[in-house]
Write a protein of this length. Structure first.
Length: 135
């Protein structure tokens, strides 16, 4: 079942690559549907017309915009990820920052977080990664 409100990401030609990347680094993730533009367009043939995918059990949608105008992501909108272990935190941090940017390096934020970081991945999507204190 598709939730009533879903995060929808618009890419500039790299939606398929980004979706495959996210579904490979997060647990409980898979591509549910992916429809690509054909020769008739309006987008570039082979780019993503529409996709539904799941990362960490949550449903997302994504497309490659087809109007020829580059659309940038920005840090005003980010995906907040609660990590379950230091290993998960380190894995996501190192993979998401690769080719991207560190907006806030890994740091302790007591008393709530053992570790917290904010990164922008190589696709421009922003992630806040949080490892809470023991629960």
């Amino acid at each position: 079942m598709i939730p009533k409100i879903i995060t929808f990401l618009m890419f500039n030609g790299e939606a398929e690559e980004a979706i495959k990347f996210y579904t490979s680094i997060f647990q409980d993730s898979e591509i549910l549907t992916m429809v690509k533009y054909g020769e008739e367009g309006p987008g570039e043939p082979g780019t993503v017309q529409h996709s539904i995918f799941k990362i960490n059990g949550q449903i997302f949608m994504a497309i490659d915009q087809g109007n020829g105008v580059e659309i940038e992501m920005n840090p005003a909108m980010s995906l907040y990820v609660t990590c379950e272990s230091a290993m998960e935190m380190e894995t996501l941090y190192s993979k998401l920052k690769s080719g991207g940017a560190i907006l806030m390096p890994k740091t302790e934020l007591p008393p709530t977080f053992r570790e917290f970081a904010w990164v922008q991945d190589k696709y421009g999507v922003n992630f806040q990664l949080a490892l809470p204190e023991q629960q």
